[in-house]
Design a protein around this ligand. Structure first.
Ligand code: GDP
Ligand code: IMO
Ligand code: MG
Length: 426
């Protein structure tokens, strides 16, 4: 039995999709356990770029069964679009199953996400969400008025739930936010058409996952978002509305903690963040701009420029603890090496005192000053073709070893480019 979790250690976009695709070669099942189409996971294979939002990143491997589990919120329109766009690219897709317990993102969720953001913008407190309806859908799940995939499969139940929801949602949209109300009949027509397209995929996936684990299969749990976007352990309220951390696998896929045998933390050789919120090592200068250009740091989902900064070992240590990391998977070592000098944050100073924790209080976090160690870059050596750790320039090896030492977790893989092959296994 092997239950391997792949989780983001920073603010997302660390390259989780790439590692899921790589690890899928020797995997039987890939299970998405949280988030929705706020995620954008990139795979580059044979020169073709695939951006996946809901479908697990094992989909390009025929040996794999891909599962979208109960912890995910699903916009059926987006899921269908994604399935169709893969078919249009002539991808021989892996088998795909979708949980009947997963909650459905309804049109009022996306509308409300946008209206809430506009209202927050006016008060200067915008979160910078992806406006995909994620927060409102998870709110309804917790409020027990959500609609699940299983309900969508039953037209009578679905209609009834739309009618009970629409009155209050339209009142909110129109009276609180001054927006345009929605038409229940149109929604029913559109969503029931989606239901028929998705029906072949929807089932009780929990029994499939358990059977796989009992049969000794390898199951990869694909994290979306990341530790610092976690609703409990991230930089609240500048977070997403789910639990992307490894613990989210237990509730998001219905798997006991004993089933998890490995937890791989994906990180970049620097830090990026898209959306608002504190970022201690952010570089609001030409070095940050250079990292953004070198690393092509523009959002996979919204196209927004990502904020960039130095790697922060205080964050990684926290992520190692919260997720119980057993290994690190680093990306963009090629990108960071193109700078003359690289800085690595090894600690924080808060009001003149060195602290060894990541503050939960945002006002404290905003006052934290990074303590840096400096490393030389290796811009004369293009490492994108390197496949062995030993052959890397000494400066690159030093950087990697220092990260391992600070975080206390062994480095398992190093990415030296976006393609499937551009990885060093340690
Ligand atoms: P995810 O959301 O964690 O799956 O990450 P994204 O796909 O949103 O963002 C990661 C970006 O970095 C994508 O554009 C990848 O193609 C790219 N990428 C991943 N690993 C590497 C790497 O080692 N080097 C370089 N240069 N690009 C990488
Ligand atoms: P992947 O899986 C980076 C960010 C948004 C915003 C905050 C809340 O590709 O790493 P939401 O729409 O979830 O309510 O937005 O979370 N965010 C991500 N940032 N990568 C992601 O996913 C993200 N998913 C959400 O930008 O700051
Ligand atoms: Mg992404």
């Amino acid at each position: 039995m092997a239950g391997i979790v792949v989780v983001g250690t920073q603010w997302g976009d660390e390259g989780k999709g790439k590692y899921i695709d790589i690890l899928s070669e020797d995997t039987d099942y890939v299970v998405r356990y949280s988030g929705g189409n706020n995620a954008g996971h990139t795979i580059v294979h044979e020169g073709v770029k695939y951006a996946l939002h809901i479908i697990p990143s094992g989909i390009l491997r025929k040996n794999v069964t891909c599962i979208v589990a109960n912890g995910v919120v699903i916009d059926p329109r987006v899921l269908i679009e994604e399935i169709e766009s893969l078919k249009a690219k002539d991808v021989e897709m892996a088998t795909l199953y979708v949980s009947d317990r997963a909650h459905v993102i309804m049109p009022w969720h996306t509308v409300l996400d946008g209206l809430q953001e506009e209202k927050r913008q006016k008060s200067g407190l915008i979160l910078g969400t992806t406006r995909r309806g994620i927060g409102p859908a998870y709110s309804d799940k917790a409020d027990r008025c959500g609609i699940r995939m299983g309900d969508l499969m039953d037209p009578e139940v679905f209609k009834e739930k739309v009618y009970t929801n629409i009155e209050i949602k339209n009142a909110l949209i129109e009276k609180v936010y001054g927006g345009q109300g929605l038409d229940a009949e149109k929604i029913i027509e559109e969503y029931l058409a989606c239901a028929e397209k998705l029906r072949p995929y929807v089932r009780d996936v929990n029994s499939i996952i358990h059977k796989a684990l009992e049969d000794g299969k390898v199951v990869l749990f694909e994290g979306a978002q990341a530790t610092f976007l976690d609703i409990d352990f991230g930089t609240y309220p500048y977070v997403t509305s789910s639990n992307p951390i490894s613990g989210g696998v237990c509730t998001g896929a219905g798997v006991g903690p004993r089933m998890i045998t490995e937890v791989l933390g994906v990180m970049k050789a620097y830090t990026s963040r898209v959306g608002a919120g504190p970022f201690v090592t952010e570089l609001k200068n030409e070095v940050g701009d250079k990292i953004r250009e070198l690393g092509h740091e523009y959002g996979t989902t919204t196209g927004r420029p990502r904020r960039c900064g130095w790697l922060d070992a205080v964050m990684l240590k926290y992520a190692a603890r919260i997720n119980g990391l057993t290994g690190l998977c680093m990306n963009h070592l090629d990108t960071i090496g193109k700078l003359d000098t690289i800085k690595l944050c090894v600690g924080y100073k808060l009001d003149g005192q060195v602290i060894d924790y990541y503050p939960s209080n945002l006002r404290e976090l905003e006052r934290c000053e990074p303590i840096y160690e400096e490393f030389e870059g290796w811009k004369d050596t293009d490492i994108s073709k390197f496949r062995r750790f030993d052959s890397l320039p000494l400066a690159a090896k030093r950087y990697v070893r220092r990260i391992e030492e600070l975080v206390g977790v062994p480095m398992k893989y190093i990415g030296v480019g976006p393609a499937r092959e551009q990885v060093i296994t340690l």
